[in-house]
Design a protein around this ligand. Structure first.
Ligand code: SAM
Length: 271
């Protein structure tokens, strides 16, 4: 299903506008240019979950405008490469890297992560994707690619906000899918595929409550600024995005859709 409501183009094209910044600050508390369900608490835990330090080389899939990758480069000192299919997002990311003097540590490229990763084998110590894999077809192939580009001893992390937890109507699925291509996962399927590609030490962390909280705050922050946002997005898109956010809030609060983080290791003994 292709998008009939736009989230990413308007978020990335209007990245620097004050009203979008205010919405992000009110939704997340800290502005990394997010368009995801990642809480600021999760953002602060990810470096430790991935065991990052200043020597790490890191790949982020679906980096959007690069704000979080740049935060990691600045705060941890790691080198980081971000890829995203969205051209305005990658353009912002490269401009932000230049304006923050972080080009030596952070690089961004426009690329469709479902078409294979443009990197040699064993190039990275860590690979992560925040709320991105649900947009990509062929999960097994994507996971194989994440495994291939990781060094032995490396670690991967991704979140999936589309794990089925209960009964969902076709209208709810349509509204949840209104912003673009999505793949819904049955419970346990991510763990099975992660193991199938060779990862070990697989951990699944339930973060459904976080997604529910972010969806509510994001909806409220936008509703408060309705007139300014309608002037930029148009009322059809504004209403479509509000319906999308209400839908995420309802489905996650009722635990009919679940969000998990998956963390796993490529062991030294792996091929
Ligand atoms: C939910 S947003 C998350 C963005 C960012 N990780 C964050 O936490 O705010 C999903 C991102 O995946 C990107 N994306 C969607 N399909 C993609 C693809 N095929 N290849 C690379 N990126 C993709 C979108 O452009 C968007 O930036």
């Amino acid at each position: 299903m292709s998008a009939n409501v736009d989230l990413y183009n308007s978020a990335y094209a209007n990245y620097g506008s004050e009203v979008y910044q205010q919405v992000r600050l009110e939704t997340y508390g800290q502005d990394f240019g997010q368009t995801s369900w990642v809480t600021t608490e999760e953002s602060s835990e990810i470096p430790e979950m991935l065991r990052l330090d200043a020597h790490s080389s890191v790949l982020e899939l679906g980096c959007g405008s690069g704000g979080y990758a740049l935060h990691l480069a600045r705060s941890v000192g790691c080198s980081i490469t971000g890829v995203d299919v969205n051209a305005p997002g990658v353009r912002n990311a490269n401009q932000l890297a230049a304006s923050q003097g972080l080009e030596a540590l952070a690089r961004f490229a426009e690329s469709d992560a479902s078409k294979g990763l443009l990197f040699p084998e064993q190039a990275f110590d860590a690979v992560f994707a925040n709320d991105v894999l649900c947009h990509l077809p062929e999960r097994l192939t994507v996971l194989r690619e994440m495994f291939r580009v990781l060094k032995p001893g490396g670690r991967m992390l991704f979140s999936d906000a589309l794990v089925i937890g209960g009964m969902i109507s076709h209208e709810e699925i349509a509204t949840r899918s209104s912003i673009g291509y999505y793949v819904y996962s049955p419970p346990g399927e991510n763990e099975r595929l992660i193991a199938q590609v060779g990862f070990a030490q697989i951990r699944a962390i339930d973060t459904t409550d976080n997604a529910s909280r972010i969806a509510k705050r994001w909806h409220q922050a936008r509703e408060k600024r309705k007139n300014e946002l309608v002037a930029v997005e148009g009322s059809r898109n504004f209403n479509g995005l509000q319906a999308f956010l209400s839908n995420v809030h309802r489905l996650t609060t009722e635990r009919r859709l679940l969000r998990y983080f998956y963390l796993a290791d490529k062991e030294h003994s792996s091929r």
